[in-house]
Design a protein around this ligand. Structure first.
Ligand SMILES: [Zn+2]
Ligand SMILES: [Zn+2]
Length: 400
């Protein structure tokens, strides 16, 4: 390394204030999935100023609020992508921070404000070192992760094809790990997610004369309880699986039997076969259960869904080595997989790569869960994200 070039640690440290400021700016102006207009504008502006080739708009990126930044290094190398999600959640923020959300009903409660700031800063640092950069770095800023819609649109629009991306990496900040740590593991790390709706159709009437009606609420209740037996009696007990109903709607008065009852829920699994089995069995189970109560059930599955996040062995090993080199082996852990989902899985289905955790738990109090209105991020995590991210990208770009 030449004398004029700072080490990454120093370079990132010298940009720490800007990095945190950028994250706070996104935090103050959260935007919901597919409405990330201001956020995308800020990202595109920063990348343009740094000299990247910037693509925006539906045709080039698959979504109005997606941004792709392409950075051609001056040395030969590989084409590697870094993916960051940028959307916020429909929550009213509780903590009274100076950079608290200025938008009622929207809040960055998952850390995507941090993901965006980290990725922009990485792009700016690499752009400043274009002369020593091998290959082509592609920065993918994806909208609508929380609704699991953004990744597919971007992949379908060809963001991995032009230029031809070989591998995709990315981080998720997590308050399950202390700031300063990185978590990486090969194999499944996050579950698949399938949205489903069960509509039970009966025949309404007076609550005092149930024999003259077909009660969809009783039928739906039995479907709800019995559904759990699909997990406990039909799935290999060594394979994790979850079926949760998070929403029930039926009726609007205590003494009227309604015509229909609707339940909405989520199926989670790590193994594709388990996922397929539950998706397939739910329909048959619900409709037969309903029939036992003279009702009818219709199951719709799809919409918001994605496969499990699975890290190939080689790429997870690469991240582990790079992170250990950057922050020390003792700070790199292999946390257990989680049943949460992320449509980074679609990028990793399309190309090898790795999705890894960067610890962001507050230092002075127990963390509020992600997606909670009291969620807070330890901003020390941002510099760790940038440093490990740069090491991962530089290593992959320069790979023989
Ligand atoms: Zn989230
Ligand atoms: Zn998230």
């Amino acid at each position: 390394m030449s004398k004029t070039t700072l080490s990454w640690k120093d370079e990132v440290a010298s940009r720490a204030e800007g990095l945190i400021g950028l994250r706070r700016d996104f935090h103050r102006h959260p935007e919901l999935s597919m409405a990330e207009r201001r956020t995308a504008g800020v990202i595109a502006e920063r990348l343009q100023a740094a000299g990247l080739e910037v693509r925006t708009g539906s045709e080039a990126t698959g979504a109005e609020t997606a941004v792709v930044g392409i950075l051609h290094g001056e040395r030969p190398g590989r084409t590697i992508a870094w993916r960051a999600d940028i959307d916020a959640l429909p929550l009213n923020e509780i903590p009274d921070l100076p950079f608290k959300s200025a938008v009622p009903g929207a809040m960055h409660a998952c850390g995507h404000d941090g993901h965006a700031a980290v990725a922009i800063t990485m792009a700016e640092i690499l752009a400043a070192r274009r002369g020593e950069l091998p290959g082509t770095a592609v920065f993918i800023f994806q909208p609508a992760e929380e609704t699991l819609g953004g990744a597919q649109r971007m992949i379908e629009a060809g963001v991995l094809d032009d230029p031809p991306v070989e591998k995709v990496y990315g981080i998720h900040l997590t308050t399950l790990l202390p700031a300063g740590q990185v978590g990486v593991r090969p194999g499944p790390v996050m579950a698949s997610s399938d949205f489903f709706e069960v509509e039970v159709k009966g025949s309404g009437g007076h609550g005092a004369y149930p024999h003259l009606s077909i009660d969809p609420i009783t039928a739906a209740s039995h479907i709800l309880i019995g559904m759990q037996d699909l997990v406990s009696r039909e799935i290999d007990p060594t394979q994790p699986a979850v079926m949760t109903i998070g929403e029930i709607k039926g009726g609007n008065r205590h003494n009227i039997i309604p015509e229909t009852a609707i339940m909405r829920g989520s199926i989670r699994a790590f193994d594709q076969q388990v996922r397929d089995q539950l998706v397939e069995r739910l329909g048959a189970y619900a409709s037969r259960m309903a029939r036992a109560y003279r009702a009818e059930a219709r199951v719709t599955i799809g919409g918001q869904c994605c496969p499990a996040v699975v890290n190939p062995e080689d790429e997870a090993g690469h991240v582990h080595r790079c992170a250990a080199g950057e922050i020390g082996e003792e700070q790199v852990t292999a946390p257990p997989p989680v049943m949460g989902s992320d449509d980074m899985s679609l990028f990793l289905q399309a190309r090898p790569g790795c999705y890894f955790w960067v610890g962001a738990a507050p230092a002075d109090k127990p963390p509020a869960p992600h997606h909670h209105p009291a969620f807070e991020l330890n901003e020390d995590s941002l510099a760790v994200g940038v440093r490990t991210g740069l090491a991962v990208m530089m290593g992959a770009l320069a790979a023989p």
